[in-house]
Design a protein around this ligand. Sequence first.
Ligand SMILES: Nc1ncnc2c1ncn2[C@@H]1O[C@H](COP(=O)(O)OP(=O)(O)OP(=O)(O)O)[C@@H](O)[C@H]1O
Length: 317
Amino acid sequence: MTPASEAVTGGHYRAPPRPGTLPGMPVIEVTDLRCTYGAHVAVDGVDFTVERGEVFALLGANGAGKTTTLETLEGHRAPQGGRVRVFGHEPRTARRAVRRRTGVMLQDGGFAGELTVRETANLWARLGTRDGDVESDLAQLDLSHRADVAVEQLSGGEQRRLEVALAIHGRPELLIFDEPTTGLDPESRRRTWQVIGELVAAGTTILLTTHYLEEAEALADRVAILRDGRIAIAGTLGQVSAQLPARIAFRAPAVPLPPDLEALRVEGRVGEVVLETPRLQPDLARLLAWADAHDLTLDRLHARGGSLEDVFMTVVA
Ligand SMILES: Nc1ncnc2c1ncn2[C@@H]1O[C@H](COP(=O)(O)OP(=O)(O)OP(=O)(O)O)[C@@H](O)[C@H]1O
């Protein structure tokens, strides 16, 4: 297992070798990427790789630079500095070679509203270069019963699912998803996660952005949290979550704590003992042994490791 200390904060991020990842050239390489809109710097020296067969999630508050980064990888935007490579190609100049192997889902699909779902999917399939079965794409996203409905009559969530169905047509090697489940109800979100999980199991590489941290936790092997156009922290979920100490809390009478804890006591509610520790398991074990020895009941005891949400809130605050 890769040690937690290998998470990267505030700098460039190159992927460590990951068990289960196929060897060879990364599918995506982003090197010192810089994108501007006039005088505004939207992406400011971003650097990461996505290895074959992994799911990489770009996280960050609104305006952090996620979509701009994806747009350069999709070949829609020329960077003002640095470089991006997809399958070793520059995606703007080698658009055809990249698009043949890449399924892209944009934040706004821009469909012609009067076409039906099936017509839209067939049109998209004809425009692309990958062979696939449109009906099974629609079935996978639970849209078969809506196939003859005009796209403009779909709900927001159904349109989102249609965008996913189009992106996965022909099962591309790489999928780039910009907020794939925004606006979906919990059931549709789970269905979409299941589809993504099946694609990953079949070896698809996925780069996605999301505002749902539980989505990143459910799907991603590695995450990068962007802040103001820079990677603030990146690593596996375990590495990133371990950037903040674990917490142990309980209620107990005012007694001295065991002396051998690595934990530090921090402010809690009245009557509550709250400890922060870099080493949850040994400290918890010592605490429980100490409580047993002193015949103490640690009322409302709970312990939890650092979470992605805690780190995210710290980064974006
Ligand atoms: N076409 C544009 N013209 C000017 N500024 C833009 C344009 N597109 C994006 N920006 C700005 O660039 C920054 C990064 O935007 P971007 O859309 O990449 O962020 P994001 O992380 O994808 O945000 P969100 O989570 O809201 O989708 C923001 O400050 C945004 O206002």
